[in-house]
Design a protein around this ligand. Structure first.
Ligand code: APR
Length: 226
C-alpha cells in the first residue's frame, strides 16, 4: 500500500510556525508580493532576505509535533511519500525519509543566477553572500510567479498512491492544490484540518481537528483499510 501525504502550513502550526491565511497569519504583517516574489526581491533585496532570515532563525528554535512524528512512523507499515508545501524541515527532523518540497526549503540557499547551485544554509543570508561564481545568494524558496520544479514528481507520486492523506492546507494555492485531482478515483482521501475546505463524502473522509490529534486518528483509520 502506498500513501501520499500532502501537507501545508497547518501541520507545523502546533510547532509554533504561523500559517499563511489564518487570522494573524504570516502574510498579515506583509504584502506577499513584497516579501515572496522575484519583483519584491529585485525592488528591496534586504527586506526579502530579512523576512526569510527571521523565519529561518525561528525554524531553528522549534521542533516537530505529534503530527510530523505520526506521519514519519507511517513508514514502518506503508510506502509513504510526503509532498509538502512547507519550507520547514520538520518532516525530515521527525524521521520522514521521502519528502518532496514543492515550495523549496528554508534551510537551503542558491545563487540568484543559477537554480542548480543549491547548498545547505542555516545562517542569515545578507547582501554580499555570494556563490562560487560571484552571484548573490537567495533563499531556495519558490516565490509567487516562479516555477514549481517538483510538481511533475509530485503528480506521479499522487497518481500512483493507494491512499491520500491531506493535512493542514487551505488548498488555495496552485499548482499544489491541483494535486488532489491526480489521485485515482478509487483512492480514499483523508483530510485533517480544523477548518476543512473539503466536504465529507464517500471518498473524502474529513477529520475536523488539529493535526496533532487528527493525524493519529486518520492513521488509525488508514491502518484499518488493509
Ligand atoms: N492543524 C491542522 N491544520 C491547521 C492547524 C492545525 N493546528 N491550524 C491551522 N490549520 C489549517 C487551516 O485551517 C488552513 O486550512 O491549515 C491551513 C493553512 O492554510 P494556509 O495558511 O493557506 O497554508 P497553506 O495551505 O500551506 O498555503 C499554501 O501558500 O502562501 C503560500 O507558499 C505558501 O506554501 C504556502 C502556500
Amino acid at each position: 500500500m502506498k500513501i501520499a501525504v500532502l501537507t501545508g502550513a497547518g501541520v507545523s502550526a502546533e510547532s509554533g510556525l504561523k500559517t499563511f491565511r489564518d487570522s494573524n497569519g504570516l502574510w498579515e504583517g506583509h504584502d506577499v508580493m513584497e516579501v515572496a516574489s522575484p519583483e519584491g526581491f529585485r525592488k528591496n533585496p534586504e527586506l526579502v532576505l530579512d523576512f526569510y532570515n527571521q523565519r529561518r532563525r525561528q525554524l531553528l528554535e522549534v521542533h516537530p509535533n505529534e503530527a510530523h512524528s505520526a506521519i514519519a512512523q507511517l513508514e514502518q507499515t506503508h510506502n509513504t511519500v510526503v509532498i509538502t508545501q512547507n519550507v520547514d524541515d520538520l518532516h525530515e527532523r521527525a524521521g520522514s525519509s521521502q519528502v518532496i518540497h514543492l515550495h523549496g526549503e528554508l534551510l537551503k540557499a542558491r545563487s540568484v543566477y543559477k537554480e542548480n547551485t543549491v547548498r545547505s544554509w542555516k545562517k542569515d543570508i545578507v547582501l554580499g553572500d555570494l556563490c562560487e561564481n560571484g552571484h548573490q545568494l537567495r533563499p531556495h524558496i519558490v516565490w509567487f510567479g516562479e516555477a514549481v520544479p517538483m510538481m511533475d514528481v509530485a503528480i506521479e507520486e499522487v497518481s500512483s498512491a493507494d491512499i491520500l492523506l491531506i493535512v493542514g492546507t487551505s488548498m488555495q494555492v496552485y499548482p499544489a492544490a491541483s494535486l488532489l485531482q491526480f489521485a485515482n478515483y478509487h483512492c480514499p482521501v483523508f483530510f485533517v484540518d480544523p477548518n476543512p475546505s473539503l466536504n465529507q463524502s464517500e471518498r473524502f473522509r474529513i477529520i475536523a481537528e488539529k493535526a496533532s490529534t487528527g493525524v493519529p486518528k486518520a492513521i488509525e483509520q488508514i491502518k484499518g483499510l488493509r
